[in-house]
Design a protein around this ligand. Structure first.
Ligand SMILES: [Zn+2]
Length: 237
């Protein structure tokens, strides 16, 4: 009877041990850390590109203002050339050169504007792509965190129940059996007691000698496997 109690107790203890390991491994297994790191990287990348984008838009604005200024300057020189106030040929030639110079500067600036606009278009596409990737990763992270929370809550609830069951069962076990069980459990990774099945030790699968077998029919006799040292119990078929 005591051995059967111990056998049932061992099942509960092993279930508790198994669950304790699962609870400990749950955060790492959940993938929360990896996804947190992914979100961090994506966010950093997104922010860097967003800043670059802002800088380039500022540059574009300045170039557009510069173009406008060149157009205005050119119109002013043009007006002065044709309003009849300047008659000196040399001076008029100088004004012509100034007009050409302003034109070539304007064309150069417009080329720069085109390049920046093309780059901004690519940047906007890349930003949109990164944003959707970031959103996806953030959703994934929320899901994983939520799943982990639910899993841990369930496992913790189960383990509380198992510990209560353990306490109830342990109360029925006599001291000398309990001491033996605890000692053997420490030595055998929790597998203190083994069921005998078809004359084999359920712990190490080694044959039980005929000398020992006879004692197994005494339900309270403590019989140990000659090979692995586990306490043997013969359950009713
Ligand atoms: Zn054995």
């Amino acid at each position: 009877m005591q051995l059967k109690l111990l056998w049932e107790l061992q099942k509960v203890d092993l279930a508790i041990k198994d669950l304790e390991e699962k609870i400990e491994e749950a955060p790492a297994e959940s993938g929360v850390d990896e996804t947190t790191e992914l979100v961090r990287q994506l966010r950093e990348d997104y922010e860097n590109r967003e800043n670059q984008n802002k800088d380039d838009r500022k540059k574009l604005k300045n170039l557009e203002m510069k173009t406008q200024k060149l157009v205005d300057d050119r119109r002013e020189v043009n007006d002065n050339m044709y309003n009849g106030t300047v008659t000196n040929v040399k001076e008029l030639e100088q004004m012509h050169r100034r007009m050409d110079q302003l034109l070539s500067e304007k064309e150069k600036t417009e080329d720069e504007i085109l390049l920046i606009m093309e780059s901004l278009e690519e940047q906007d596409e890349e930003l949109a792509r990164l944003k959707s990737e970031l959103d996806k990763a953030e959703n994934e992270l929320t899901e994983k965190e939520e799943r982990l929370k639910v899993n841990l809550a369930e496992m913790n609830q189960t383990i509380v129940g198992l510990r209560e069951e353990r306490a109830t069962r342990a109360e029925k076990v006599e001291r000398k059996y309990m001491d033996k069980y605890v000692m053997l459990a420490e030595k055998n990774q929790g597998q203190a007691i083994a069921v005998v099945n078809e004359d084999l030790c359920g712990g190490c699968r080694v044959f039980i000698s005929s000398g020992l077998r006879g004692h197994l029919y005494n339900p309270d006799a403590m019989v140990y496997c000659e090979n692995c040292g586990r306490l043997l119990v013969k359950l009713d078929d």
